[in-house]
Design a protein around this ligand. Structure first.
Ligand SMILES: Cc1cc2nc3c(=O)[nH]c(=O)nc-3n(C[C@H](O)[C@H](O)[C@H](O)COP(=O)(O)OP(=O)(O)OC[C@H]3O[C@@H](n4cnc5c(N)ncnc54)[C@H](O)[C@@H]3O)c2cc1C
Length: 205
């Protein structure tokens, strides 16, 4: 299209035949510009947010991107259907997920990182029986002893980012934090109950 024609409203467009180079007028009452199917995500190129080769952003079911706390919704994400109803649904999911994420971050900051007590940060798998036993044993040991440590449980299935942050390779693992700084860690079931008991007798030093 070369030109939109009309006095007050659209009356016609001037179009060009790309094969012959000839132009002609086509009468119409409106114009839709087709802007193409390439998402405008180029500005995210150096952001660390993962994109596919066409520029669409992969997300999980919570609309979370690979970058913690960053969500992608609507037409610019990898998806099957690009329509208004689907974009609005994405937005609702992301809004709720983002609200919960902020609550969790605030809770983690105040109850774990800023705690005056030692915190036993337990990374476990809520679907795994051995992991659950470990969790119960840790809670019992802590309660019996009255060591004044807090336990904060992190389910690896839902908190992958936190597990990555603490470089957790083995489940279950206990990271001992004091005022937000790691002072020790126990990894895996090999070190479990016996090791945990000894460790506990030392006051998680
Ligand atoms: C011609 C056409 C007809 C369609 N017909 C239908 C239909 O009949 N039914 C239907 O359900 N869907 C239809 N769709 C699809 C529908 O419009 C989209 O699926 C929907 O609008 C996607 O919503 P969105 O919020 O993801 O993106 P958009 O609606 O595209 O909104 C993205 C917004 O972000 C802004 N933006 C972009 N880059 C930046 C930046 N860097 N900074 C700030 N803002 C930025 C844009 O200006 C835009 O306002 C049609 C689409 C087109 C193009």
């Amino acid at each position: 299209m070369e030109e939109v024609l009309g006095k007050e409203n659209v009356e016609a467009v001037k179009i060009k035949n790309l094969k012959t180079g000839s132009t002609s007028e086509l009468s119409c009452q409106g114009v839709f510009f087709f802007v193409g199917m390439v998402p405008s995500t180029g500005y995210l190129k150096d952001s660390g947010i993962e994109m596919d080769k066409r520029g669409y952003i992969p997300v999980n079911e919570l609309m979370e991107t690979n970058s913690e706390g960053v969500y992608a919704v609507g037409d610019n994400r990898v998806k099957y259907l690009r329509q208004v109803v689907s974009a609005a649904g994405d937005g609702a999911t992301a809004a709720v997920a983002a609200e919960r994420y902020i609550e969790e971050v605030n809770d983690f900051n105040s109850n774990v990182l800023q705690s005056d007590k030692k915190v036993l940060l337990l990374f476990f798998n809520a679907q795994d029986n051995e992991s659950l036993k470990y969790r119960t044993a840790l809670e019992e040991l802590n309660e019996e002893s009255g060591t004044d440590c807090k336990i904060h449980c992190v389910d690896m299935a839902t908190k992958k980012n936190l597990a990555e942050k603490y470089a957790i390779k083995i489940i279950p693992s206990v990271v001992v934090l004091y005022k937000g700084t790691e002072i020790n860690r126990l990894e895996g079931l090999e070190e479990s109950l016996e090791g945990l008991t000894q460790y506990h007798q030392l006051g998680y030093q």
